[in-house]
Design a binder for this molecule. Structure first.
Ligand code: ATP
Length: 239
């Protein structure tokens, strides 16, 4: 599958967000969309998912369709009346998965995400990290071609954030589908992104991440060297 942007321009009224953006999202790759607040990261997610249409240019889906792209929004959208089990089960009920297979998939996804112990709890009984994992489980359970995560760790404390990032990386390695993560955190970008797309000048600049897949420790100097380089590029993008 691939999602190809050709000369895409998008504006909100007079405000130009993207101008002549061309890029191709490829199968099985993890992308991180990185950029300062208000630059257009969430807008780019909406364009990928087909929730917004560009004023000019084309977006072409090959081997996938917007229906097979799942988005986990920043707000999570967990219903107060649904337990964690029901959150994960809902997409399978909607696509009429038979009951036995539904039960098997929900049980296994709960276990993978470390949610088995809290499967009967409602959102108000969950920690921030557990809520995030439940929302991610809902996105993953139908095994979409592409999963879009909008600032998945923004509201989490430092330790929960590191755990959530490790969980996202592990899930991605297991599934090998395409993952697109929005963040404004350069450390998260270097930890998760195979290709980092720096948003600047109403366009994206792809940066391939030397840390990705290198088996280097996150606490290593090498990791922070890449983070520092990226911070420098972000600074330049602001000027
Ligand atoms: N519906 C809308 N109408 C008009 N302007 C909008 C609309 N949605 C977003 N914008 C503006 O477009 C710009 C890009 O918004 P977007 O939410 O894509 O940025 P972002 O990079 O995701 O920001 P953040 O990191 O703060 O979430 C912002 O300046 C925002 O105020």
């Amino acid at each position: 599958m691939s999602i190809r942007f050709d000369s895409v321009s998008f504006t909100y009224g007079e405000t130009v967000i993207f101008k002549d953006l061309s890029f191709c999202f490829e199968q099985g790759t993890t992308y991180v969309l990185l950029g300062e607040s208000g630059i257009g990261k969430s807008t780019l997610l909406s364009l990928i998912k087909g929730l917004q249409r560009p004023q000019s240019g084309t977006i072409t889906y090959q081997g996938c369709s917007p229906d097979n792209i799942e988005v986990v929004f920043q707000e999570l959208h967990l219903f107060p009346w649904q337990t964690v089990y029901q959150v994960l089960e809902m997409p399978l009920l909607i696509n009429q998965t038979p009951s036995e297979s539904r039960k098997k998939r929900v049980t296994s996804c709960l276990a993978e995400l470390g949610l088995t112990q809290v499967q009967d709890r409602y959102p108000h009984q969950l920690s921030g990290g557990q809520k995030q994992r439940a929302a991610m489980g809902r996105g993953l359970i139908t095994q979409p071609d592409v999963l879009l995560l909008d600032e998945p760790t923004a509201s989490l404390d430092q330790e929960t954030k590191a755990n959530a990032q490790a969980m996202i990386a592990a899930q991605q390695q297991r599934r090998q589908n395409s993952l697109i993560v929005v963040t404004h955190d350069p450390e998260e970008a270097v930890f998760l992104g195979q290709t980092i797309l720096l948003l600047k000048d109403q366009d994206v600049t792809p940066i391939s991440n030397p840390f990705y897949g290198s088996q280097l420790e996150r606490d290593s100097l090498a990791f922070y060297e890449v983070v520092l380089q990226l911070k420098e590029q972000m600074r330049e993008a602001r000027q």
